[in-house]
Design a protein around this ligand. Structure first.
Ligand code: ATP
Ligand code: MG
Length: 233
């Protein structure tokens, strides 16, 4: 069973009435469809989705919330993870492996088992996660790039090293095979991404194939031209 078979089974495109996996990590090479999947599939009817890309300087306020001036006083505003806990939203964290120490510790709290999860906010309020709260995190590194305790909180971890088949189906028919053979592969020098193939298809319809090859693939244009020729044969 490949990664997308597993993911489509866990997170069907529509019609779910109960969250089946609450803390999911999708990791692997860029441009395979991880983030889009996290934002779009396996949602309950009308379930909101909040997305945040983490980086080395991400701070707790962006995730947990903060006091902001309101007239002559300060008012508490929930950050996306706090709001997702309260209302049972899907929280998507992209590039989770780029978060630094303090943020990683905060994430341990937000990703605790629902049974034990509880947090005291700076406004002294004590909150617990809604039953429908679900987190899908993505990153390009390997699982072992995360601290052990954070790895352990992702009870579903899936290495995504193939392009989402739905994305391939949306490309022009004559490039699908070449895309399938090169998106997500381990070899950095030969790897392509769904993004680039989408752009290539759009560009060649506005200009011509040679221009699209040279613009989207630069030095690799002739290699991709050969791959397309073989795939079309
Ligand atoms: N099922 C799909 N149908 C159509 N387009 C898709 C689908 N899945 C992904 N794509 C497109 O592929 C591109 C890459 O998707 P996405 O950003 O989800 O990849 P990613 O794996 O998160 O990449 P990165 O690791 O670089 O963040 C986007 O343009 C996205 O719209
Ligand atoms: Mg992504």
């Amino acid at each position: 069973m490949n990664c997308w078979d597993k993911l489509n089974r866990l997170f069907p495109k529509a019609g779910i009435s109960q969250i089946r996996a609450k803390r999911v990590l999708l990791y692997g090479p860029p441009g395979t469809g991880k983030s889009r999947f996290g934002r779009m599939q396996g949602l309950l009817p009308d379930q909101p989705v909040f997305a945040l890309t983490l980086h080395e300087e991400s701070v707790a306020d962006e995730v947990r919330g903060m006091y902001l001036p309101n007239g002559s006083t300060f008012e508490w505003f929930d950050g996306p993870a706090t709001e997702a806990w309260r209302i049972g939203a899907r929280m998507c964290f992209d590039e989770i492996d780029r978060a630094s120490g303090a943020m990683l510790s905060l994430l341990l709290g937000y990703l605790d088992d629902h049974e034990v999860a509880q947090m005291k906010l700076p406004n002294k309020e004590i909150i617990k996660p809604h039953d429908n709260f679900c987190c899908v995190a993505t990153m390009n590194g390997e699982l072992t790039d995360l601290p052990l305790a954070l790895q352990d909180r992702f009870t579903v971890r899936i290495r995504v090293d193939e392009p989402n088949p739905d994305a391939i189906e949306r490309l022009d028919a004559d490039v699908r095979k070449a895309a399938r053979n090169t998106v997500g592969i381990a070899d950095d020098a030969r790897r392509t991404s769904i993004r680039i193939w989408k752009e290539f298809c759009a560009m060649r319809s506005s200009f011509d194939e040679e221009f699209a090859l040279a613009t989207c693939f630069e030095a690799r244009a002739s290699e991709v031209r050969d791959a397309l020729r073989v795939a079309r044969a």
